[in-house]
Design a protein. Structure first.
Length: 194
């Protein structure tokens, strides 16, 4: 019995904590070999002027250096564009930076899987002047944008990312009858019963 309660507690914690964590798009499955995908990703990062801090071709991992996204008085609104901004009432946001963590995996001879995650950190200054870096969960905007640009570089301007699958709470309820069946029908001399 105690195991069931513990399992239920862990499951509920994970279930309700999931929306607070970083949101990343689904991996992009490409029908091309690993080598062209690797070269195209490095070219895209160079075109976007995102310097590469680490690149390991054998592991298929690319890590960019931190890039300053915004600084100054508009930092707070810019954090909300790329991440889930924590509520801070006793400090000001000074600067926000991000780093891309890209993984290219060889699935089959001509199939590559591209995954992108973003590490976002923001510098806050409290009223006494102390500054601390805060990790910000991503909302998936930077990852989606990079994967879309990557696909367009490989396959042309008509490329679009597949639509994300709806989560449990976003699905249409199947138990509700259609709208017409919920309206009671008026039976009277003007309207015979169907």
């Amino acid at each position: 019995m105690n195991r069931r309660v513990a399992f239920l507690g862990i499951w509920l914690t994970c279930f309700f904590a999931a929306p607070l964590n970083a949101q990343t798009p689904e991996p992009l499955r490409l029908s091309i070999p690993m080598e062209p995908a690797w070269k195209a990703m490095l070219q895209l990062l160079e075109k976007r002027e995102l310097p590469v801090a680490q690149a390991d071709r054998v592991k298929g991992k690319i890590l960019t250096e931190f890039y300053e996204y915004s600084s100054g008085p508009l930092t707070e609104s810019h954090i909300a564009k790329i991440g889930i901004k924590p509520k801070v009432s006793d400090a000001d946001w000074i600067k926000v930076e991000y780093q891309l963590d890209i993984e290219l995996q060889l699935i089959e001879a001509r199939v590559t899987l591209a995954t992108v995650a973003t590490n976002i950190k923001a510098l806050k200054r409290d009223f006494l002047g102390a500054q601390t870096w805060v990790n910000i969960p991503s909302n998936g905007t930077l990852e989606t944008d990079l994967l879309r640009s990557f696909g367009k570089d490989l396959f042309g301007e008509r490329f679009e990312l597949p639509a994300p699958k709806k989560g449990y709470w976003e699905r249409d309820p199947k138990y509700l009858p259609p709208q017409d069946d919920r309206i009671p029908k008026v039976v009277g001399p003007e309207r015979p019963t169907p």
